[in-house]
Design a protein around this ligand. Structure first.
Ligand code: BTN
Length: 325
């Protein structure tokens, strides 16, 4: 496809002019075909500058999210990616599709959410251009309790994807937030549908929201002390397409064996709470100070309260605040 080839060539020479003649020679297509391709790419939002006698150049900071763009980097053929410039919530829409028999491996990716949802009924700030919002549908046919493991798969997948692109090391705040420099850069919301007869999951929707860049006009006041961006101003061309592909590929790999020791070790290594004082937060109750001791093999967090009583926390309604993050 000429458009794809033109894009790839311009991406290989960020910020440099490539002449129409060179493009048509290299891709063995007419100059008119090159013009058409450039025009289509510009309509899709790619910041391509065209100057007579010099050619076309793509700004190195270009970050246009699209299904085609993601597919370019994707290793798993079985994934079907659908892109929405704006959507209410990728989780809400994908859950509806799941009920209408959409197949496992369907991923919805959005550039913006108008009703992004977080855990415990919270909303998730999902502005345009500075984040990646995606949900993946799986049908694992396993007991409902295993949906927690899939959240852990997602946490590790996202942390590794960010690390491979930016060479930074996001940490996991139990149970499913990713933090960088003490600020939340990613949240994960896993929602499952249950087959009541078998007690097994009929579908799981794993929703991931990543703050890729500082939002235009910054985070809302309530979020700015706690929210950060994974990539700041790091120049990474085609960032969100590459990030989405890496996250989906890694997530599918881990989800094929979510109970693995390998995943558990990776999750535990990135956990930032162990040995730290925390507050246990449950709805309708005062925060309880405790010490985070260790991660159980089922991903429960073993804690000791101030009276010396130990218990294991499981995600559900509970969240924690780390005292000296
Ligand atoms: C949390 O931090 O509490 C979880 C946030 C999960 C946000 C993602 S963005 C994509 C998907 N769609 C949603 O509405 N929520 C998840």
């Amino acid at each position: 496809m000429t458009k794809e080839q033109v894009l790839r060539t311009l991406q290989a020479h960020p910020d440099a002019f490539v002449s129409g003649e060179a493009l048509s020679r290299e891709l063995s297509v007419s100059r008119t075909a090159v013009w058409k391709a450039v025009d289509q790419l510009r309509q899709e939002g790619y910041p391509i500058e065209s100057v007579p006698r010099r050619g076309h150049r793509l700004a190195s900071g270009s970050d246009v999210l699209s299904a085609e763009g993601i597919r370019r980097y994707l290793a798993h053929d079985a994934l079907e990616v659908r892109f929405f410039p704006t959507i209410s919530s990728t989780n809400t829409v994908l859950r509806q599709m799941a009920l209408e028999n959409a197949p496992a491996g369907l991923a919805l990716v959005a550039g913006e959410q108008t009703a992004g949802r977080g855990r415990l009924g919270r909303s998730f700030f999902s502005p345009a251009r500075s984040g990646l919002y995606l949900s993946l549908l799986l049908r694992p046919d396993t007991p409902a309790a295993e949906s927690t493991l899939l959240t852990s798969c997602a946490a590790v997948a996202v942390a590794e994807a960010i690390e491979s692109l930016a060479h930074v090391q996001p940490r996991i705040k139990w149970v499913n937030d990713l933090l960088l420099n003490g600020k939340k850069i990613c949240g994960i919301l896993t929602e499952a549908g249950l087959d009541c007869e078998t007690g097994r999951m009929s579908y799981v929707v794993i929703g991931i929201g990543i703050n890729t860049r500082p939002p235009e006009g910054d985070f809302p006041e309530a979020l700015s002390p706690i929210a950060g961006s994974a990539f700041g101003d790091l120049p990474i061309p085609d960032l969100r397409n590459r990030l989405a592909a890496q996250v989906l590929d890694r997530l599918l790999d881990y989800a094929a064996n979510p109970g693995s020791d390998r995943l558990f070790e990776k999750y535990r290594d990135r956990l930032m709470v162990l040995g730290k004082p925390i507050l246990i937060l449950s709805p309708g109750r005062d925060p309880v100070p405790a010490l985070a001791l260790d991660l159980e093999r089922d991903y429960g967090l073993r804690v000791r309260d101030e009276k010396g009583v130990e218990q294991v926390l499981h995600s559900g309604e509970i969240s924690i605040r780390v005292q000296d993050a």
